[in-house]
Design a protein around this ligand. Structure first.
Ligand code: AGP
Length: 319
């Protein structure tokens, strides 16, 4: 197995060993969840989970939170806390966002997979994990761990059973005949609520790994224009949410009629894989399978995902 596959298949022991943070107790402050790239995608899902659990939260790209915070949160909101996600803990925008937030007197919880990193130093409450040692530029195990940590802060139950379910789903994805989707060239990931950030991350993963044209939308949004691109070259990955699965299944039928091949994660599709987690936890169960989807597609096109085009492990900007 190559290092990327190892980091995907072997991540579940890291899930089980990780010490997850306790549920937040402050439900009056507004939590701004920041990150860049993958970590921003996760931030959106974490913010959605926090809101669903009775907290107040928004997800904001770290760079935007530095340069125009008031575009995202009125300065009339007085009690703000920040949750910053960064695998490396060294991404310039995320570290600067943490420092700027602290300078404004805002408490920072920093979630990272690099203990002792600059993000940890700029955090009032560092949450640190060890990720798989073979993980490369493309984020796999680390992304999962940071999503789980955010969900734990929201109060979702992160346990070994979730890891076992996610591992089972990865095995099920691995068993799909690659010929079902390897000739598709346009991939669309659909997910709502907490699953939207995970859908964005599935799209980013495949894009980074296989230099493939991908998109992500909330399911209901997809009919409002983007659907015009659907044809026989399209693969749809539907991240069903148990509360909205019936509506999502109707959309899937419409897209199949337009030529799309559909992978249904937790609901109907040309290929349907069961997702055992209900509600907002389903995205955490699904994420590793999306990582494997990207890797399998890249392998089928002869692409080495350990050296993704134009990407580096950390984006550090000049001062
Ligand atoms: C690797 O290319 C990632 N997909 C990338 O988007 C990364 O998430 C981003 O650069 C932020 O990195 P960080 O998590 O280390 O801060």
């Amino acid at each position: 197995m190559n290092p990327t596959l190892n980091s995907i298949f072997e991540q579940f022991d890291f899930w089980k060993k990780a010490s997850m943070p306790a549920k937040l107790t402050d439900n009056t402050s507004t939590y701004v969840v920041v990150g860049c790239g993958t970590s921003y995608n996760l931030a959106l899902s974490v913010a959605a989970a926090l809101n669903a659990q009775g907290f107040i939260a928004i997800g904001v790209p770290a760079g935007e939170w530095i340069i125009r915070p008031n575009a995202y949160l009125s300065e009339n909101v007085k009690t703000v806390k920040v949750i910053a996600l960064s695998r490396s803990g060294e991404t310039t925008e995320t570290v600067q966002a943490a420092k700027a937030s602290q300078a404004r007197g805002q408490e920072v919880i920093g979630i990272t997979c690099e203990p002792g990193s600059s993000l940890s130093a700029a955090s009032d409450i560092p949450v640190e994990f060890a990720s798989h040692p073979q993980e490369g530029i493309v984020m796999t195990c680390s992304a999962s761990l940071m999503l789980l940590a955010g969900y734990a802060l929201a109060g979702l139950s992160i346990n070994d059973e979730l890891a076992n379910r996610a591992e089972k789903l990865v095995a099920a994805l691995d068993a799909i005949d690659i010929a079902d989707y390897s000739q598709r060239s346009h991939f669309v990931f659909l997910g709502g609520g907490t699953n939207y950030g995970v859908a964005l991350e599935g799209a980013l993963k495949l894009q980074e790994m296989a230099i493939c044209y991908t998109q992500a939308f909330h399911p209901g949004e997809y009919r409002h224009g983007p659907v015009s691109l659907v044809d026989e070259r399209t693969a749809i990955v539907m991240l069903y949410h148990s509360e909205t699965a019936a509506d999502e299944a109707i959309l899937v039928k419409e897209l199949q009629a337009k030529g799309a091949w559909v992978l249904g994660l937790g609901g109907a599709g040309d290929v349907q894989l069961n997702v055992d987690s209900e509600g907002d936890l389903s995205g955490a169960e699904i994420l590793p399978a999306l990582q494997l989807l990207g890797e399998r597609y890249a392998l089928s096109h002869g692409i080495d995902t350990t050296a993704p085009r134009h990407l580096t492990k950390v984006v550090m900007l000049e001062d």
